[in-house]
Design a protein around this ligand. Structure first.
Ligand code: GBH
Length: 446
């Protein structure tokens, strides 16, 4: 059983839910522009309305309240709160102030993500992540936000899924801003991103009393097919290996070693010796300031076995259980092994900042949404998380997502929500999984 202090929550992100992309002098983000280009988004949709949360935030809170979650993880749109002259926009700040007040009134703790992918276009125009100044822009933004939310928010997450930012946005160009950096540019940009994190941590600690801070990478853990010790160790090593058989996005150590261990892994300096960015001692000190949690987004994983003492990745059998999006196989043990590996290496309590299921949901004849597969997914993963909870310090779990929303380059066609959104009229309909998660929370906290 999870204990009473365990944090059950839900997560969302600004561009994916808010809509109102030009209200109250909000400036453009790279996603506002990326979605305008034909072919970038599978179904041609964009974030202009989605869940309409900028308008309906009180209804969002009502849904959270009835669900019984203790915490809500959402992100702030940099473009709402800072204008193109790098000055604060009070109207944008007011939105988040009001949201936080409404949450607190309902006993829900806000967990604020500072950066969930919607970079201001004007900063991109100045070179974005390749401009050394970006960490100063980010620090200033963090300063404005933490001061505005003073007394309302103490739990911050600096950056969501740096691997996806870098790989999908700047390497393969599937996400905004759709660029294809070279290896050398990637390393420079990654270093700048880590500096953004570091400078933000410094500001948060200065401005926020009793703050907790983390950052939220994603990973696809290796799941050993048996409990063999040697297999476990090899899977562990593979998970943190710098160059492995899946690409940039899932690399764990290149992002998390500097943050938690104070330096890039040794192999980094060997593998990339000809293209290293400038890395100073002060940089590494800034990047590795103490954090409170290891956040991690874990949705799926891969099975591994030993053949002749070598680690071998198992193929999924034909017809293996999977979600309605190509990367989402149902691998419940990925959450167990993920938190185990992370805690073993970085030695801090873990919070699952995202976990969720995408299915082809629609409204049935009876007017309801019977998403049995999502319920099954959540149950299976929570069984594994509970197993880990008995062995390790695990503080919380955020389901992705409260409602169906804009799934990046898949647009509105992919649904992860506990609440169904009818994009024709904005209606929100609690799915069966909403009630199931509610019950799980009640049961678990008894
Ligand atoms: C998260 O990203 C995002 O934070 C969130 O905004 C998004 O809506 C949600 O999850 C659902 O997609 O190496 O096979 O895993 C998604 C996590 C990690 C999924 C990288 C795709 C690449 C292929 N992504 N992954 S794989």
């Amino acid at each position: 059983m999870f204990n009473k202090d365990f944090i059950f929550g839900c997560a969302t992100a600004s561009y994916q839910i808010e809509g109102s992309i030009d209200k109250d002098s909000k400036v453009l983000s790279i996603w506002d522009n990326f979605t305008k280009i034909k072919g970038n988004i599978i179904d041609g949709s964009d974030g202009s309305i989605v869940c309409d949360s900028y308008i309906k935030y009180k209804d969002d809170v009502r849904l959270l309240k009835n669900l019984g979650v203790k915490a809500y993880r959402f992100s702030i749109a940099w473009t709402r709160v800072i204008d193109e002259n790098n000055n604060p926009n009070q109207k944008g700040l007011d939105y988040y102030i009001n949201l936080c007040k409404e949450l607190l009134k309902n006993n829900i703790t806000p967990y604020v993500t500072l950066y969930h992918w919607d970079l201001p276009q004007w900063i991109m125009d100045k070179g974005g992540v390749l401009n050394d100044e970006i960490s100063d822009f980010f620090a200033y933004y963090t300063d404005v936000v933490t001061k505005a939310l003073d007394g309302l928010v103490k739990d911050y997450i600096t950056i969501n899924e740096p691997q996806c930012i870098m790989h999908l946005g700047f390497r393969v160009g599937a996400h905004a801003p759709g660029l294809k950096y070279t290896d050398k540019e990637m390393l420079q940009a990654i270093h700048n991103l880590l500096l953004c994190h570091g400078k933000a941590v410094r500001i948060i600690r200065k401005n926020v009393k009793n703050s907790t801070i983390g950052f939220a990478p994603c990973s696809r853990p290796m799941v050993p097919v048996s409990e063999d010790k040697e297999l476990y160790d090899k899977c562990y090593n593979k998970y943190f290996e710098l160059v492995n058989d899946y690409e940039f996005p899932n690399r764990v150590s290149i992002y998390s070693d500097p943050i938690f261990l104070g330096d890039y892994p040794k192999e980094y300096y060997l593998v990339f010796k000809d293209i290293l960015p400038k890395i100073t001692k002060e940089d590494l000190k800034l990047i590795s300031q103490p954090l409170d949690y290891i956040y991690q987004n874990i949705y799926t994983g891969n099975y591994y076995s030993l053949k002749d003492n070598e680690l071998v990745k198992e193929d999924f059998y034909f017809g293996y259980p999977e979600g309605n999006i190509d990367w989402l196989q149902v691998v419940p043990k990925s959450i167990y092994y993920g938190v185990k590996y992370l805690n073993q290496r970085y030695k801090l309590p873990v919070i699952i900042s995202e976990n969720g299921f995408c299915s082809n949901d629609f409204i049935s004849l009876d007017g309801k949404c019977h998403d049995m597969q999502r319920i099954d997914y959540i149950k299976r993963y929570l069984i594994e998380l509970e197993k880990a909870f008995k062995e390790l310090p695990i503080k919380g779990y955020f389901y992705w997502s409260l409602f169906d929303n804009f799934e990046w380059n898949s647009g509105l066609s992919k649904r992860f929500g506990l609440v169904y959104v009818d994009y024709r009229n904005g209606n929100r309909i609690e799915k069966d999984s909403y009630y199931a998660y509610k019950e799980i929370i009640e049961e678990a906290l008894k």
